[in-house]
Write a protein that binds this ligand. Structure first.
Ligand SMILES: [Zn+2]
Length: 451
C-alpha cells in the first residue's frame, strides 16, 4: 500500500464504484490532489483531512448532461408551448446581459452543488460569464454557446461561439468549451456545417436538441422531406462528437442511425413530461447500443435541478409508458446519471466512476434518514434502490470536484448563498425590465419579488 500521505480520506462509507465491476464496498476512498489514488475496505494511509462517511453512500458525482442556466424559474407557468416560447422565452432570452447571466449561473451552480451534481452541460447565453462563475464555484462545466439563427437575436452567433471556444479551450482543466447549435428547426444547414467544422478544428464536443416534439418532426418533414436525425445525417453532423438532448420522437431507422454513427442521447424525463413532448425511447436506444445520459433541462421546464428526482421519474416514466414495472431498473438509471453520462459526453476516461487514477469528483449522501429506511446490507443490499426511488438532492452532504470540497455538511464553501440571492433578485428585476414586461404582464408580478 502506498504510505505517502494523501490529502483527504473519506472513511467508512458505503462506496458505489459505478465502474465496470459495479462494486459496492464498505470502506475508504483516498484522494491526493485532484485524483482518487486508492479505495478499499481498510486503507491504512495517513491523511491531511478525514471525512467520516459512516451511514453515508459515497458515489461518483452526478452528471447533469443537459441544462440551460436560465434565471426566470416559476415566473410563467402552465402556458401552451408555442405561447410560452413566443411570449415569454424569446423576449427574455434576447434581454440577457453578461451580468444577468452571471447571476443566473451563480444560482444554477449553487443549486447543483447542493444536489450532488459535479459536472453539467450548459447550453445558453454568454458562456464566458458562466465559465467565470464555474471557475469560482469549482464545478466541472461543459459550456456550449447556444446558437440560434431563427428567430434572430435570442441566441449566440457562430462567430461568438467560435471566439468562446478559442478563448477557453485548454484554459482550465475543469471547463470544457463546446459548440451548441440549438435545433434543426432554428439553425439552417450552413450553421450546422460550420458548427461541425469549428468543433473538429478545436476538437470540442457538439451538443444540440433533436426530435424533442412532434411539431419538430413535422416541420423537418415539410421543409426537407426527412426526419430530424436523417436531416443531420445528410449534413454529415452525426458522429461520436455529438450528443443530442431529448430524442423523444425517433423512428427505429433513426435509432439505428444514431447507434451506427456513435451519437449519444440525453434523456430529460421531467421536461418531456412538463412540456407534454412525449416519452423518449430509452430502452430501444440502449438496446441498439446508443449511450444514454440524463439531464434536468432548464429550471424553466423542470423546475428544479434535482438529479435524484430525474432518476426516479426517468425510471417510473419508462415503466408507465411500456406497461412494464421491470423496465429501466434502478442500477441502470444510476449508471445513466454517472458513468453513462460521462461516456455520452466523451469524458469517461476522467470522470463518472470511482477508480484510482480518475478525477476525484465524489459525493456523499446521508443514508440515515427515515425516508431511506430500512437499509439492508449483505446479499440483498438496497442502497441503489433507496438512492434512486427515495432520496433527493437535499440528502447530499458533501460535494467534491477534482479533490476540492465544494460543500461539506451541506455548507457550500465556494459560493455565498446570501450574495447569490441578492444578485438573483437584482438581475431578475433588470431582465424583466429589459424584456419590456410591464406590471400587467400576465405572467409576472415583478414588483412582488421577494427581497
Ligand atoms: Zn434544452
Amino acid at each position: 500500500m502506498n504510505q505517502e500521505p494523501v490529502d483527504l480520506l473519506i472513511h467508512g462509507g458505503l462506496i458505489l464504484t459505478m465502474d465496470a465491476e459495479r462494486r459496492h464496498l464498505r470502506g475508504d476512498l483516498a484522494i491526493r490532489g485532484d485524483r482518487i489514488v486508492a479505495l478499499g475496505a481498510h486503507l491504512d494511509i495517513p491523511a491531511g483531512r478525514v471525512i467520516d462517511a459512516r451511514h453515508r453512500a459515497v458515489l461518483p458525482g452526478l452528471i447533469n448532461a443537459h441544462t440551460h442556466e436560465t434565471l426566470t424559474r416559476g415566473l410563467a407557468e402552465d402556458l401552451p408551448l408555442n405561447r410560452w416560447l413566443a411570449e415569454i422565452c424569446f423576449p427574455l432570452d434576447s434581454s440577457y446581459t453578461p451580468d444577468i447571466m452571471r447571476a443566473a449561473a451563480m444560482m444554477n451552480q449553487l443549486e447543483m452543488i447542493r444536489g450532488g451534481i459535479t459536472c453539467f452541460v450548459d447550453m445558453y447565453r454568454y458562456p464566458s460569464a458562466c465559465a467565470e462563475v464555474a471557475e469560482v464555484s469549482g464545478l466541472r462545466a461543459i459550456l456550449a454557446p447556444q446558437i440560434i439563427v431563427d428567430p434572430p437575436g435570442v441566441g449566440e452567433s457562430l462567430e461568438e461561439a467560435e471566439a468562446f471556444v478559442a478563448a477557453w479551450k485548454g484554459r482550465s482543466p475543469r471547463i470544457l468549451p463546446a459548440i451548441g447549435p440549438h435545433a434543426p428547426y432554428s439553425c439552417p444547414a450552413e450553421t450546422y456545417r460550420r458548427a461541425a467544422q469549428i468543433a473538429a478544428a478545436y476538437d470540442v464536443p457538439i451538443h444540440t436538441h433533436l426530435a424533442e416534439t412532434r411539431w419538430e418532426v413535422d416541420t423537418l418533414l415539410a421543409r426537407h422531406g426527412v426526419t430530424p436525425a436523417e436531416y443531420l445525417d445528410q449534413l454529415s453532423i452525426l458522429g461520436p462528437r455529438l450528443s443530442v438532448a431529448h430524442g423523444v420522437h425517433l423512428t427505429s431507422k433513426e435509432i439505428g442511425l444514431l447507434a451506427e454513427r456513435g451519437v449519444s442521447v440525453i434523456y430529460n424525463p421531467t421536461s418531456n413530461m412538463k412540456l407534454a413532448s412525449g416519452v423518449a425511447p430509452v430502452l430501444e436506444l440502449r438496446a441498439a447500443g446508443v449511450t444514454v445520459g440524463l439531464g434536468t433541462d432548464s429550471n424553466l421546464s423542470n423546475n428544479n435541478l434535482d438529479m435524484f428526482e430525474e432518476m426516479r421519474l426517468g425510471a417510473i416514466l419508462q415503466k408507465l409508458h411500456r406497461g412494464d414495472a421491470a423496465a429501466l431498473p434502478c442500477e441502470d438509471v444510476l449508471a445513466m446519471a454517472t458513468i453513462e453520462g460521462a461516456r455520452a459526453l466523451g469524458v469517461a476516461e476522467k470522470i463518472g466512476s470511482l477508480e484510482p487514477g480518475k478525477q476525484a469528483d465524489v459525493i456523499l449522501v446521508d443514508l440515515d434518514q427515515p425516508h431511506l429506511w430500512p437499509l439492508v446490507s449483505g446479499e440483498h443490499e438496497n442502497t441503489v434502490e433507496q438512492l434512486v426511488y427515495s432520496a433527493s438532492a437535499a440528502d447530499v452532504t458533501h460535494t467534491l470536484v477534482a479533490g476540492q470540497l465544494l460543500m461539506a455538511d451541506r455548507q457550500v464553501l465556494t459560493l455565498d448563498r446570501g450574495e447569490v440571492r441578492e444578485k438573483v433578485v437584482e438581475a431578475t428585476r433588470e431582465l424583466l425590465a429589459r424584456a419590456g414586461f410591464e406590471r400587467s404582464h400576465p405572467a409576472v408580478e415583478w414588483k412582488e419579488l421577494a427581497p
